[in-house]
Design a protein around this ligand. Structure first.
Ligand code: ATR
Length: 298
């Protein structure tokens, strides 16, 4: 047998549904860039069968998994039990989107969503001559997507986090949890002006982490927030600008959807698994093209 033939390491993305996932496209591109023999597949787990699915994949020699809706909380519970380990980002989020299966049978649970968001924000801020360390975040929403990013904001050196949410108590609770990890934070309702909080004068990056776009709705922020805003970011993405982005189109404010977050969170997961860093920007260009091509066909 040719000794030079390398056995492909197997990775998967587990979800339900999963057919729409772009992760196989992204990871195949990363592997091709680095000439790594890596196989990445979609796995549809039964809604009541996540734990069994993970056990079967581990037994089959799979090296790692991305975990998506609706299993991130179950993945957290699984990786919380000893002798497994969790990263601080996963612990804060109480959700896991990346599992690494170690050779000794243990697993690492990580959450790369927030790290991916911060990488994309810094990429876009760099174009403006800025960095997250100089900025404060105004985050809309206080659900799972929002809490998944708070630890990464703290690690990225963000100056201050304001959480505004439809249910105000949840915004305040998330802000309190942020403060407990030394990220200065405050919470309130959508109509709260910046002056209501004693926040520093750093440039504002607005991040929409609410799922309101799914209903075509856009939270109405107090207009004063836009005076110091330098970038607006919607975690949702689509071939077309999202409702949140469209609502800002008459403002002189750079706006982005969350496709970059998807690719950069995958880049971070790929690094956790392989120790190698692919060029995410190159992949993002291809993913954007694929998304547009798919929309044209429909
Ligand atoms: P996800 O995992 O996508 O974050 P989630 O945990 O259910 O989902 O959280 C959804 C978030 O979007 C919440 O902050 C929710 O606000 P509430 O806490 O008040 O429910 C927010 N959200 C959903 N629909 C919304 C809408 N139409 N307008 C404003 N906020 C909305």
């Amino acid at each position: 047998m040719n000794a030079l033939i390398r056995q492909a390491d197997r990775y998967v993305v587990i979800g339900n549904p999963i057919a729409h996932s772009m992760s196989p496209f992204i990871h195949a591109d990363f592997a091709a860039q680095l000439d790594l023999p890596l196989q990445y597949e979609r796995v549809l787990a039964p809604l009541n069968g996540f734990v069994q699915t993970v056990a079967a994949l581990k037994a089959a020699g799979v090296k790692g998994a991305n975990v998506t809706v609706p299993f991130k909380l179950e993945a957290f519970a699984l990786a919380s039990a000893r002798p497994h380990t969790l990263t601080s980002a996963a612990e804060f989020a109480q959700a896991v989107n990346t599992l690494k299966f170690n050779a000794d049978g243990t697993m690492l649970g990580d959450n790369t969503d927030g790290g991916g968001l911060c990488r994309d924000l810094n990429r876009q801020l760099r174009v403006l001559g800025m960095h997250l360390e100089q900025c404060q975040i105004l985050m809309i929403g206080a659900g799972g997507a929002a809490s998944g990013c708070v630890a990464a904001f703290q690690q990225a050196g963000v100056q201050h986090l304001t959480v505004l949410n439809r249910t105000v108590s949840k915004a305040r609770e998330l802000a309190q949890r942020a403060e407990a990890i030394d990220l200065p934070a405050a919470g309130g309702g959508f109509d709260t002006p910046p002056s209501h909080f004693d926040i520093p004068g750093a440039p504002v990056v607005i991040v929409n982490a609410s799922s309101s776009s799914l209903n075509g709705e856009v939270p109405a922020l107090h207009p004063d927030w836009f005076q110091r805003a330098v970038l607006a970011y919607d975690m949702m993405y689509a071939a077309e600008p999202t409702p949140f982005m469209r609502s800002l189109s008459n403002r002189d404010l750079p706006c982005s959807d969350g496709l970059g977050m998807l690719v950069f969170q995958a880049q971070q997961a790929f690094e956790v698994w392989t120790g190698q860093a692919p060029n995410a920007l190159e992949t993002l260009t291809k993913v954007r093209q694929a998304l547009l091509a798919k929309a044209k066909q429909q």
